[in-house]
Design a protein around this ligand. Structure first.
Ligand SMILES: Nc1ncnc2c1ncn2[C@@H]1O[C@H](COP(=O)(O)OP(=O)(O)O)[C@@H](O)[C@H]1O
Ligand SMILES: [Mg+2]
Length: 367
């Protein structure tokens, strides 16, 4: 899949701009705070319906304006597609695919695909299980709308069960809980089974990518919790049994203490936990390897690579890792942002776009 064109109107610090991207590597460079991340953020919005930044939709509308529009044209083996989104300061965003409004944001998924790496992705390694679950949830949602909808459903039932657990009428809770447990176990089992499959698929790709970037020096492994194994109906039974066993605890704490919302990933290099023992460079490389593994899953699932976005990924890698990463990225369309293009080996070979003050500016590296 290749994104040919990106159009931004009143999006963040852009007033109006059109980007043309080529196959292979595109280098988007510019000083700090000029609009590099903003441009790739727009791409990710069009792929998934939301931003990788924890941001409110309305905040993307250029200060002083009331409406923003972003649009991209992409080509895949399935044909051409144009995805557009409109943001307003006084109402919710909306989206169209080939001019047809989408009723739910979930319908955007799978039209244009990208995998996004940004420095904040280090959270994936360093921080709470929540960030690792988020990674799996976003990746899986992009390849499976079924997963996206299942996750929404699970979260809704979970919050209803948690509300119930907070009620003061203990007898009523004990009477009502089994009903919620049945639907929560059903929804939860679906999530867990799909995640288990996904992680088993991801893990060898992540190991390979990491070996490739480190020149064979480091062996990365990724494992799920696998506390619940087997097919969906087996997991459902295990969950139900655990809800019963945990009822007292859940009642005491006022929330559901087990299930897929508590899962984690184990990410190791050479058998030791990267989160605790890895250097900053190893953690960065590991999170990039996970992203590259994600691109391989797209390839397996859809027969073609997504667009890889590497936002500020290069500056903290040594030269050899940069070269190897670039080699791997060269298999697919890649958008790389950086302050100085010369961090990219042989950058002049690629499509260079220089950004300044929310505009594409002419520069010696421009084509
Ligand atoms: N809604 C908005 N309206 C106007 N400017 C914005 C808006 N949101 C962000 N910006 C500006 O965008 C700039 C940051 O752009 P960004 O793409 O993150 O920079 P970088 O080039 O370093 O990646 C900041 O100057 C910020 O003030
Ligand atoms: Mg940036």
């Amino acid at each position: 899949m290749v994104i040919r064109k990106l159009y931004l109107k009143n999006f963040r610090n852009y007033s109006e701009e059109t980007f043309s991207f080529s196959d292979g590597i595109n280098v988007i460079s510019g000083d700090n705070a000029q609009g590099k991340t903003n441009s790739v953020e727009a791409v990710f919005f069009l792929c998934t319906g939301y931003s990788h930044r924890a941001t409110r939709d309305k905040q993307v509308v250029r200060r002083g304006e009331t409406h923003a529009r972003i649009e991209c044209d992409a080509e895949s083996a399935y044909g051409k597609v144009r995805v557009a989104m409109d943001f307003y300061t006084d109402k919710n965003k909306s989206a169209t695919v080939n001019g047809v409004p989408v009723a739910k944001i979930g319908e955007l998924l799978g039209n244009v695909n990208s995998v996004f790496f940004s420095p904040s992705e280090l959270k994936l390694i360093q921080e709470a299980p929540e960030d690792r679950r988020r990674f799996i949830d976003i990746s899986l949602s992009q390849i499976s709308r079924g997963y996206f909808y299942a996750l929404q459903k699970y979260k809704k039932i979970l919050s209803q069960r948690n509300n119930l657990l907070k009620d003061v009428d203990r007898e009523m809770i004990i009477d009502t809980l089994p009903v919620w447990d049945v639907s929560l176990a059903k929804a939860g089992a679906k999530i867990i089974a799909m995640r288990n499959d996904y992680i088993k698929l991801l893990s060898p790709f992540a190991t390979d990518a990491h070996l490739a970037i480190t020149g064979g020096e480091e062996e990365l492994s990724v494992e799920g919790d696998y506390k619940y194994e087997g097919d969906e109906s087996e997991i459902e039974k295990q969950l139900l049994a655990d809800y019963k066993e945990r009822m007292e605890k859940d009642l005491e704490l006022g929330y559901t203490t087990i299930g897929p919302h508590r899962d984690d990933l184990k990410i190791k290099i050479g058998g030791t936990d990267v989160r605790t023992y890895g250097s900053q460079g190893q953690q960065r490389t590991a999170s990039i390897s996970l992203k590259l593994a994600e691109t391989e899953i797209f390839k397996e699932k859809f027969g073609e690579y997504p667009t890889l976005i590497l936002d500020d990924a290069m500056s903290e890698l040594d030269k050899r890792r940069r070269e190897r990463l670039l080699y791997l990225a060269g298999k697919m369309q890649t958008l790389i942002t950086c302050t100085e293009p010369d961090v990219i080996p042989d950058y002049k070979k690629y499509n260079n776009i220089r950004i300044g003050g929310g505009k594409i500016i002419q520069g010696e590296t421009d084509q």
